[in-house]
Ligand binder design. Structure first.
Ligand code: AMP
Ligand code: MG
Length: 411
């Protein structure tokens, strides 16, 4: 049996370096950026108007009031999308729409609401003064040419897609996603929607696993429910080892008479790196590899499977795809927390923010078969081995579930 820290280290050492591919911008959502993106031009690219109005020399408007407007002669109009081919001299102005290039000579824009309007012929009345630079967006004021826009390793979301589009990037370098095989084992399993026979249970774990993968931003390419039968396991795993980068199973990996997963993996020349970790729940946990393919065997108890996935496999998928988000934080317990003398103890729990600090309480349902303990939870609490429980007020490490918000109310 190895420790949680050793298990984590062994896994991390086996994860291959991330590989890259290029995808069209439209397909880059949720992917991990593989290279730095820099600005190929300044933003704004040209000095332009921030308002629909009139480009002017600010000095001309200094004395403008409602009662005694300044009169400027109109010499042209600049719509968004085309440059001006004239210069604003003293006493003149030009119509200038939002986003349109500021004509030469002008240094400010008077919004149309402060003028006699767009339909007043050759003479425009200005009712209110502007200062130099007012209502003008200056070339490069947001981003300089060559400045870093996006750093590698970040997950592409709406803002990143929008910024890449802004700078004309149509093809995006991203890290490859692992091809993942999922399978659940057990003669007792029936699919949701089907009637249950005596002694059967519904297969919940494959649904949990599939949603974890989706949330982590990877793809399931092979999925099956397999009987406790070495032949069936062998044929599924032969295909999975051939076509997938990560293989993750539920059940059949402990000491039971019908737990064949490990034996079949060893028959298929998978190298075992560990099989038992000093933790509760989820001690039977197989990790092996062959070539660059990594194989995880999680126990069938749903809480063990959930915690095993979040503690070991979530970060594996992230590292495989070239990103690293740590959601491990320290929090203050409001209830006692059990500890094990020889094992790390994990429990679901709720964390919240109160008086500027993170507080947390473990779930009151503690069995590794009690999946409903995950329902009110937004984190996994973790204590190191010790002979006495942690007390309210003690600090404890928690792993926030990345898709759950942290709020201001407790359990
Ligand atoms: P095992 O790891 O195969 O010994 O299974 C341990 C416990 O988890 C047993 O009570 C199983 O019935 C249960 N279990 C195994 N697979 C699943 C599954 N896919 N969904 C829900 N429970 C499961
Ligand atoms: Mg089983």
């Amino acid at each position: 049996m190895i420790t949680v820290t050793e298990a984590r280290h062994i896994i991390r050492e086996r994860i291959p370096a991330p590989k890259t591919e290029s995808v069209p911008l439209t397909e880059s959502s949720g992917r991990i950026l593989a290279r730095e993106i820099t600005a190929t031009f300044p933003m704004p690219r040209f000095t332009n108007s921030a308002m629909d109005g009139f480009a002017v020399r600010a000095a001309d408007t200094a004395k403008a009031t409602n009662e005694s407007p300044v009169r400027l002669s109109l010499i042209g109009s600049v719509p968004a999308g085309s440059p001006a081919d004239f210069t604003i001299e003293a006493g003149t102005c030009a119509q200038c729409m939002t986003g349109a290039p500021l004509p030469a000579g002008a240094d400010a824009v008077v919004m149309v609401e402060h003028t006699s309007g767009f339909n007043t012929g050759k003479g425009v009345e200005i009712f209110s003064p502007v200062t130099p630079g007012q209502n003008v967006r200056v070339r490069g004021e947001e981003i300089h040419e060559g400045e870093q826009l996006l750093r590698p390793g970040l997950k592409i979301g709406p803002a990143e897609m929008g910024v890449m589009a802004t700078f004309g990037i149509g093809t995006v370098p991203v890290y490859l996603q692992p091809r993942i095989a999922l399978y659940a084992t057990g003669d007792e399993l029936t699919e949701p929607g089907q009637p249950l026979k005596p002694g059967q249970i519904y297969n919940s774990n494959l649904y949990l696993l599939a949603d974890f993968i989706r949330k982590a931003g990877a793809e399931v390419t092979l999925q099956a429910v397999i009987r406790d039968d070495p032949g069936a396991l062998n044929s599924f795993l032969t295909e999975a080892l051939d076509t997938c980068d990560l293989i993750i199973s539920s059940g059949g990996v402990s000491m039971g008479k019908h737990d064949y997963v490990r034996r079949v993996l060893l028959d298929l020349r998978v190298e075992q790196h560990f099989w038992k970790v000093a933790q509760k729940p989820g001690k039977p946990l197989f990790f092996g590899s062959t070539g660059e393919t990594l194989i995880f065997g999680l126990p069938g108890n749903p809480v063990s499977l959930f915690i095993g996935f979040m503690e070991y496999i979530w970060s594996t998928i992230e590292q495989w795809m070239g990103c690293r988000t740590s959601s491990l934080v320290e929090a203050t317990l409001t209830e006692t927390f059990p500890r094990e003398s020889q094992k790390v103890r994990f429990l679901f729990g709720k964390a919240w923010i109160e008086n500027g600090e993170i507080r947390c309480a473990p779930s009151t349902k503690r069995g590794s078969h009690m999946l409903t303990s995950a329902l009110q939870s937004n984190c996994i609490l973790r204590s190191e081995p010790a002979d006495s429980p942690l007390r309210p007020g003690d600090k404890i490490f928690i792993r926030l579930l990345p898709w759950e918000p942290i709020g201001e109310s407790g359990p």
